[in-house]
Design a binder for this molecule. Structure first.
Ligand SMILES: [Zn+2]
Length: 214
């Protein structure tokens, strides 16, 4: 069985430009991890490993301080409903920039007079498959209340809940534009909704999470 320590890497940034976010950080009695889109806060008492503080880490404590819910008490979602909802979302190949053409799709010859050739590795698209799969977030959104979320981040809620077989997720509901707090056991996850223009909506498949009676 997984531990909460093992879930932390799912929340880290893999972006070299965000060095501090590539590691978790210890702040007083909690360990935080975030990739800039989603963040997790775990009590030290729930972790087996030791973690280090980092004075250069962005101010993540204040991210958690002011979560203004629209409702007075959290909404409760069943974890099994989240699981069922994600099954409706198709998977797609994770792509990365083609290194042969640096993502341009074209190969220039040393002879300036020749036209560039289409990159044979990526067939001119500039991207190649990594062999990994993810939810097709570009065409599918998860609707929770009035807000829309990336299914790949919603899956992380599921992954956290699965560790200790937690059945319910508490949701301190934000607005379609503001941060949302999800509480699983005594772990806290902050997720930003996808900001969609109203005109954009019909282009997406929307999978709506229904909430449990209290
Ligand atoms: Zn290429």
């Amino acid at each position: 069985m997984k531990t909460y320590d093992e879930i932390i890497p799912e929340f880290l940034s893999d972006d070299d430009c965000r060095q501090a976010l590539m590691k978790p950080v210890l702040i007083e009695e909690h360990v935080f991890a975030s990739n800039g889109h989603i963040a997790i806060k775990i009590p030290v008492s729930k972790l087996l490993k030791t973690y280090e503080s980092n004075p250069n880490y962005p101010d993540i404590v204040s991210l958690y301080e002011k979560v203004e819910g629209l409702f007075q008490s959290p909404i409760i979602y069943k974890v099994e409903n989240i699981s069922e909802l994600l099954k409706q979302v198709p998977l797609t190949d994770v792509e990365t920039q083609c290194t042969n053409c640096q993502g341009t799709g074209s190969i220039w010859s040393k002879d300036d007079s020749k036209e560039p050739e289409t990159c044979k590795i990526c067939d001119g698209s500039g991207y190649v498959a990594t062999g990994k799969k993810e939810y097709d977030w570009q065409n599918h959104k998860i609707q929770i209340g009035l807000a829309y979320f990336n299914p790949n981040y919603v899956e992380k809620l599921l992954n956290v809940a699965t560790i200790n077989d937690i059945k319910e997720v508490k949701h301190v509901y934000g607005t379609p534009m503001s941060k949302h707090l999800f509480i699983i056991d005594d772990l806290e996850i902050i997720m930003m909704p996808i900001r969609l223009g109203i005109k954009e909506l019909p282009e997406y498949s929307v999978h709506k999470l229904t909430w449990r009676k209290r």
